[in-house]
Design a protein around this ligand. Structure first.
Ligand code: TXA
Ligand code: MG
Length: 346
């Protein structure tokens, strides 16, 4: 692909009247012309294009190197846009929207024909979310379009939690990046299918299963979240994801990590350890990085992807990572680590 000139606009998240900010106006105009623009959300940076224009959407798949059978999430700024895109909004959907939008919960509905077919990879359903971020919402309003936006990383790489990550992956391939600083949550939205008889969780994320169930009662977990051999229904779940270049192994019993470090170093490998503040002095590896504290898993969610990218910069050959308690946000953290490690546990 020919190199594009990629613009980079800096925005102050708290600036007043963002919708009339010159960089929002310029990027909204480019989106209306069918260009692809990266922007911050409260979860991770997204790579946006007009969800009604299949040619614009094609550019997203090209820039990311994303397989065309993996559908995209459509981002909206208000309820009117939802009604234009989906058929039938059930009482359960209404309750979830009232409780969690704008916010990190993506809901899957039966779609209307206006949504470009390549957004949904040919499926009859469409995933929608309303991001809770002033830059994202201002951009959506200024463009006056629903924007399909996957995470703004190269396919397979850790999702971007700041504009620099987007720059590293996509400079020269997209028309611009709106830099609104680091994202708050650091992990992607929860994905919940409302087209199944009981709502089905496909991807754990910023809104926990417990929070959802407190509003609508028990939900199903997609079998692919539990059983390794089950064929996943959400197409994005079958690809290697979030992976650093080094081999990543998850070590359930952290007392075993020193043994693995020593063994790998004897083989001449440069070794990294992914840990938490509480344990960061326990390991004699070449590179030891803490991604937060066990006392507050939000800190881990926030820094996980950036930490995986730092190991790449440190050029380690192998990473041994601690694991986290699979409760609340810990489920989303372990889901991403499990994928990044391609399910390799020691
Ligand atoms: O937090 C987020 O959701 C971020 C920000 C940018 O909004 N976006 C994001 O998009 O994570 P992406 O493309 O990286 O992940 C979308 C996930 C994939 O696992 C995809 O398979 C699933 O949503 N998905 C999208 N549409 C679907 C559909 N109609 N049926 C089932 N799964 C769907
Ligand atoms: Mg992604």
């Amino acid at each position: 692909m020919n190199e594009k000139e990629t613009k980079r606009w800096h925005l102050d998240n708290d600036s007043q009247n963002l919708q009339n900010h010159p960089s929002i106006i310029e990027s909204a105009k480019l989106l209306r012309q069918g260009e692809v623009i990266a922007f911050p959300t409260e979860t991770v940076y997204g790579l946006g294009a007009n969800a009604l224009d299949p040619i614009a959407i094609e550019q997203i798949f090209k820039a990311k190197g994303r397989p065309s059978d993996n559908p995209l999430i459509v981002h909206i700024a208000n309820r009117d846009q939802l009604e234009e895109l989906v058929q039938g909004i059930s009482p359960v959907a209404e309750r979830l929207i009232d409780a969690f939008w704008p916010g990190p919960l993506t809901l899957i509905f039966d779609k209307k024909g206006v949504v470009a077919n390549n957004v949904t990879a040919g499926l009859n359903s469409v995933a929608i979310r309303m991001p809770n971020h002033s830059v994202a919402l201002s951009l959506l309003l200024a463009a006056d379009l629903p924007l399909a936006a996957p995470s703004a990383n190269l396919s397979g790489k850790p999702s971007p939690t700041n504009a620099e990550h987007v720059w590293q992956d996509l400079k020269g391939k997209i028309s611009g990046v709106l830099d609104g600083g680091a994202t708050g949550l650091g992990l992607e939205s929860t994905v919940l299918d409302l087209t199944t008889s009981v709502p089905t969780l496909y991807r754990p994320g910023g809104i926990t299963q417990e929070e959802i169930e407190s509003v609508i009662g028990p939900i199903h977990l997609d079998p692919a979240l539990k059983v390794e051999k089950e064929k996943p229904k959400s197409p994005g779940m079958k690809y290697t994801h979030y992976a650093p270049s080094a081999d990543l192994f998850l070590v359930r019993n952290r007392q075993d990590i020193p043994y693995h470090i020593e063994k790998a170093q004897k083989e001449g490998r440069r070794v990294g350890v992914l840990t938490v503040d509480e344990h960061s002095h326990d390991y004699g590896a070449d590179v030891v990085i803490s991604c937060g504290t066990n006392q507050n898993l939000k800190t881990v969610a926030q820094q996980l992807y950036g930490t995986l990218r730092r190991f790449d910069q440190e050029e380690v050959d192998v990473i041994f990572s601690e694991t986290f308690l699979e409760e609340g946000l810990g489920k989303a953290i372990m889901n991403r680590l499990d994928k990044a490690a391609a399910k390799r546990y020691l």
